[in-house]
Design a protein around this ligand. Structure first.
Ligand code: FBP
Length: 345
């Protein structure tokens, strides 16, 4: 059996647990806390995944009847996903705090539980506007090492740039449930075998294909885009003397649109929207959407940009800070930066 230390593809049936353990071998002095944290996220993925597949049957569709800090209608499945991830991680002693798209403030570890060395930030259910239409949704997560010495975690521990990330990934609940993650040594994809309830390694060492296929954007907002973004879109469509002629695909769940970009090549972007002064920086959130997805794409040979520079270089000023997002094949994303720099002074 080949080991993962030299990044060669392990053979045989590789469960996520076995793979995470093999990754841990890279860090001889590791405490195993990160390993167990990733285990629990995989378990959360199985639990949430099983709910989404039965969504039409179980009383899990529709609104939970209140709004979240983003001003969005919270869906019942959002609540279930949020609670599941929180309850699997609040008592383990691995985390000093958490942060979620669904919670206004940093989520403390209950006082009667020990705190640990890691910070977990997550979007419990991404693409929630698609839940009722049986369209793929997902969970996105990023893990950082704490900065403060000990005790309850604070904003110092949470508001870290993407360069400090130690692990990132997502679960996509689509025609199958997949978990895709990285700890900085390549990107690996696992497919849930519902028959045995195990995530099995199905896509080792994922690389963004060199030949891009799709561009992915909500073109319904084109009238609100800047000149640079409009010209960029025409360039992707093969106009403006461009060698490109990509096909358009847009699901409206970032997880699903980035998953397709990671495996099919191309670019997913959600640019700044000049229509609503409240959304000068785009819609997607930096800490628990843009950073983990950029980290994954870059680990797979691609690039993640704000349109003006690397997303991983941005240090968040606030928990729910938004950012324009361009992720995909490096040269295609760099073209966005070039046209935005030229036309959107
Ligand atoms: P949440 O569902 O987690 O709030 O995420 C926001 C999101 O649904 C992304 O998944 C998706 O890329 C985007 O918003 C779709 O926005 P729009 O409907 O404006 O195209």
């Amino acid at each position: 059996m080949a080991d993962s230390a030299n990044n060669s593809t392990p053979t045989g049936i590789i469960t996520i647990e076995r793979h995470i353990l093999m990754e841990q071998e890279r860090f001889p002095d590791s405490s195993g806390a990160l390993t167990n944290l990733l285990y629990d996220l995989a378990l959360a993925g199985k639990l949430i995944g099983s709910r989404t597949t039965r969504a039409g049957l179980a009383d899990i569709l529709g609104s939970a009847g209140h709004e979240n800090v983003q001003g969005e209608e919270v869906q019942k499945l959002d609540v279930y996903a949020q609670r599941t991830i929180y309850q699997l991680n609040d008592h383990t002693g691995r985390l000093c705090c958490m942060a979620s798209e669904e919670e206004k403030d940093i989520i403390p570890i209950p006082e009667h539980y020990p705190t640990g060395d890691y910070v977990l930030v997550f979007d419990p259910l991404d693409g929630s506007t698609n839940i009722d239409y049986n369209v793929a949704v997902g969970t996105i997560f990023a893990i950082f090492r704490r900065r403060s010495a000990s005790g309850p975690g604070t904003s110092v521990d949470v508001l870290q740039s993407g360069r400090e990330i130690v692990a990132g990934g997502y679960m996509v609940y689509g025609s199958s449930t997949m978990l895709v993650y990285t700890t900085g040594h390549g990107v690996h994809g696992f497919t849930l075998d519902p028959g045995i309830g195990e995530f099995l390694l199905s896509h080792p060492n994922v690389r963004v294909p060199e030949k891009p296929k799709y561009y992915s954007v909500n073109q319904g907002y084109e009238k609100y885009w800047t000149e640079g973004v409009r010209r960029y879109t025409r360039w992707l469509q093969g106009e403006e003397g461009s060698p490109m002629s990509l096909s358009l695909r847009y699901i409206g769940s970032m997880v699903a649109d980035v998953h397709r970009t990671l495996f099919g090549g191309g670019v997913f972007y959600y640019p700044a929207d000049t229509r609503d002064p409240k959304k000068p920086r785009g819609k997607l959130r930096l800490l628990y959407e843009a950073v983990p997805m950029s980290y994954l794409i870059e680990q797979a040979g691609g690039y993640g940009s704000t349109g003006r520079g690397p997303i991983l270089d941005v240090t968040p000023e606030s928990l729910h800070q938004r950012t324009p997002v361009f992720v995909g094949n490096r040269e295609i994303v760099e073209k966005a930066e070039e046209l935005i720099a030229r036309y959107d002074r």
